[in-house]
Design a protein around this ligand. Structure first.
Ligand code: ATP
Ligand code: MG
Length: 774
């Protein structure tokens, strides 16, 4: 352990070895908060604390896995295995498996993912005959989610005139009824959605003091990473559990609170000292992640926020390169710049693809980047899209598995009752739902008891329904003895799923089939990792729980050497050598939706701070002059955030733009916050505006005669150094002087063979070579 402790600076060491009592570490990005948490856990164990008594809550499963791996390195695998470590959702899902029966849930309850929840809400809206253009499923979903995260139960909702009025004002007066029906249906289906995992845990700990006492006694040491982004529900759980021993250590950075829109409450971190007695507060100031230029740039940006704690962040790392600001013409051009810069940097500096990340404000922006990376054959991976387990073909298989474990699971049943097609139409399903609602039975039970239910279904269909139940029952029997893999394989074959997919000879169909195979492989791995579990049924349940809570960040399948593409929200806590932040434009970042109040704008700025501080060596900011948005090509303006960075930390490679003059526009950041007034971007000086409004068509890059630099920011219409001829002397940034001995290819593919004075002969793609013709 001593060896590891010596890897901490003094400020980090102090909280690491402070064993007891409540403590908080507030510190800026990259200062080692996560490292302290990790080492602290190892330290506690080295001091004899039983891993069973330690609970560590992280923001992503990936973070938990990494932390556990690191701790295993220090204290050994077998000890680390017993730690309770994971996201709030995964840890409390486990607890609810044991304790959910107090609340009337079966231990094999299903976890509805967002798709399942939204489907159920959609059908409720339909059953209630409501206008789906007013009761938009996604909006209804996020509304209900926010009630839950604020612990507003159905009962509490109907006691809250303000909430009801707000919904009525939004032309959705029947929200409460939908909410109630949704909760009832989940309960009947033996299902919990993501928010329930927290809400029901709170309910459990509040209503059952014995259960609370048991877990308080168990979790004697509690640690929480990214505490600034906990919501009310999470906050209460932590407080309840820590109440007895008060050995709670939370770490966070108020400047990185970026989930307010989903109910995270920054006050949880600000008020921590009030919540516990004798809180010890620690600060870390030294950043180990980034260069001086990146730290300086990030500090200068966050300075513009009014609501913040005073913090110092400095680094002893190299000065490094300045943050590069690049102007592109269109998003296609922006993508090409990103791809070519990655390509060039990778070559020049001998880097891996995984040293690069491209971050954006909204998922839609990934398309142009993807196109460009694909053209250059640069492997990439999009995080946070549809996760593997949410693909249709995968959800179809897992729906069968879910139904085997929990036949009350309404969404699973609806998914597979007629897939593959077995002649059970939607009308029949609708009638089954009506009958189920009327009799209080589950749909599955209605089918089982068809003869005793008054239902208008013809005999032919009744037989098909009976066949379906027989099929599922046979799987249930098999589940008593077989392991999850054998069962899953059997199901895909005998349900007709594989046959169905096999009929689809298109490339997409083949991919789907491969995906199902991949799922089976995954189950096999899982089963093999779980041999010690004697009960076969358990392994299936655990597997389904794992995948229900899997996010796209977790299952890093495939070649690990890829460029990472993700939204900034997802990048929290991560780090990469080179980071591109694309779409640095007004109305995109900051988002047009987040400029109505100062607090919204400040959250956008914190988001930018998070983005910048992911970079270790080099950060790039790109913006375009015009961008397709809402189906139209619109003029874009550089983001105000670019202008907020101190000059000394950035390098504007396309120097058409003058810097923003804060003196001219100081009034906009005046003290009084106008109520709901759009926080317009400060006016930019005239010349700059004129330059920026130029359309891409009439926009030419003039290159000074004497200094012919190949500028990789040019669009593809540019010809690359067409006047370069054999025999010319050139200068290359890294290789120095040389003579052109051959030229091949045209335009974007033109290459020159150059014999350099140092003796090397190199073939260089002119687009990247940055040659100066002398
Ligand atoms: P964020 O706010 O982004 O979550 P953080 O405060 O959690 O950042 P870490 O991720 O723990 O910071 O650390 C940032 C980087 O610095 C990591 O690569 C970590 O390994 C490294 N690091 C932290 N402390 C030290 C140290 N004392 N010596 C060397 N490297 C360190
Ligand atoms: Mg961290």
């Amino acid at each position: 352990m001593e060896k590891y402790l010596s890897q901490l600076n003094d400020a980090q060491l102090e909280p690491t070895i402070q064993v007891n009592g409540p403590m908080i570490i507030i510190a800026g990005a990259g200062s080692g908060k996560t490292r302290v948490l990790t080492y602290r856990i190892a330290y506690l164990m080295s001091k004899g604390v039983d891993p069973f008594n330690i609970l560590a809550l992280t923001f992503t499963n990936k973070a938990a896995k990494e932390m556990k791996g690191r701790i295993a390195d220090i204290v050994g695998d077998s000890e680390a295995k017993n730690l309770w470590m994971g996201t709030f959702h995964s840890v409390f899902a486990k607890i609810l498996r044991f304790e959910g029966h107090h609340l009337g849930f079966p231990s094999n309850f299903t976890i509805y993912d967002t798709q399942d929840s939204q489907k159920l809400m959609g059908s409720i809206i339909k059953e209630m005959g409501l206008d789906k253009d007013i009761y938009k499923t996604k909006q209804v979903y996020s509304r209900i989610s926010s009630y839950k995260n604020n612990l507003v139960t159905v009962k509490a909702y109907f006691k809250n005139p303000e909430l009801m009025e707000a919904d009525a004002m939004a032309r959705r007066p029947r929200m409460g009824e939908i909410y109630k029906e949704y909760v009832d249906r989940c309960f009947k289906a033996g299902a919990m959605d993501f928010d329930d995992l927290l809400l029901r845990t709170n309910e459990l700990l509040t209503r059952f003091p014995n259960v609370l006492a048991q877990y308080q006694d168990r979790f004697r040491y509690i640690l929480v990473d990214e505490y600034q982004d906990t919501n009310h529900s999470q906050y209460l759980i932590v407080r309840a559990l820590a109440d007895r021993f008060q050995n709670i250590c939370v770490v966070g950075d108020d400047a990185q609170s970026i989930y307010a829109f989903r109910g995270a409450n920054i006050n949880n971190i600000l008020n921590f000292q009030k919540d516990y007695d004798g809180v010890k507060m620690f600060r870390l100031e030294q950043n180990y992640r980034s260069t001086k230029n990146i730290v300086g740039a990030a500090n200068s940006v966050i300075e513009h926020n009014k609501t913040k704690l005073d913090k110092v962040v400095w680094t002893a790392n190299d000065v490094g390169e300045k943050v590069i600001v690049h102007r592109a013409m269109t998003d296609g051009d922006e993508g090409r710049y990103v791809a070519s810069t990655i390509w060039e940097t990778k070559m020049n500096q001998q880097l891996h693809n995984s040293d690069f990340a491209v971050l954006y404000r909204t998922n839609a922006q990934s398309r142009a980047i993807e196109d460009a990376l694909r053209k250059r054959d640069i492997p990439y991976r999009i995080y946070g899209g549809l996760s593997f387990y949410q693909r249709k073909e995968i959800k179809d298989v897992t729906a069968y598995l879910r139904l085997i474990l929990n036949s009350a699971d309404e969404e699973a049943l609806k998914r597979v009752i007629n897939y593959p097609a077995r002649g059970i139409g939607q009308t029949t399903v609708d009638r089954l739902i009506v009958a189920a609602n009327a009799t209080g039975q589950t749909i599955y039970d209605v089918i089982k008891n068809l003869d005793s239910v008054n239902i208008n279904i013809n005999n032919g269909t009744k037989n098909k329904l009976r066949d379906f139940v027989t099929l599922i029952e046979s799987y249930k029997v098999m589940n008593q003895t077989a392991n999850a893999f054998d069962l899953a394989e059997h199901v895909t074959k005998t349900s007709g799923l594989v046959r169905e997919l096999g009929k689809d000879g298109t490339p997409e169909g083949v991919v789907k089939m491969d995906n199902v195979q991949e799922l089976l492989n995954g189950i096999k791995d899982f089963v093999e990792g779980q041999i010690e579990l004697a009960d076969a049924g358990d392994s299936l349940a655990e597997f389904l729980e794992d995948i229900a809570l899997a996010t796209d960040l977790d299952g890093d399948k495939g070649d690990p050497d890829h460029v990472a593409l993700m939204t900034i929200h997802l990048a929290k806590g991560l780090e990469f050598g080179h980071v591109f932040i694309v779409g640095m434009e007004e109305d995109l970042f900051p988002s047009a939706m987040s400029m109505n109040t100062r607090s919204e704008l400040e959250e956008e700025r914190r988001l930018f701070y998070v983005a910048l501080t992911r970079a270790e060596k080099q950060a790039y900011l790109t913006y375009t002059l015009s961008r397709y948005r809402w189906g139209k090509l619109i003029d874009a303006e550089p983001s105000r955030f670019i202008e907020e960075i101190d000059d000394e930390f950035i390098n504007i490679t396309t120097p058409l733009k003058e810097r923003f003059n804060p003196m001219l526009d100081a009034s906009i950041f005046g003290d009084v916050e106008p109520n709901r007034v759009r926080f317009a971007k400060p006016k930019t000086p005239k010349i700059q505006k004129k330059e920026m409004n130029k359309k891409p068509e009439n926009f030419k890059i003039s290159t000074p005669k004497r200094l012919k630099k190949i500028d990789n920011s040019k669009t593809d219409t540019t010809t690359y150094n067409s006047d370069l001829t054999v025999g010319r002397t050139v200068n290359h940034q890294r290789f120095g002087r040389g003579q052109v001995i051959n030229i091949e290819g045209k335009g974007a593919d033109a290459k020159a063979e150059i014999k350099f004075q140092n003796g090397d002969t190199k073939k260089l793609l002119l687009r990247f070579a940055k040659l100066e013709v002398l």
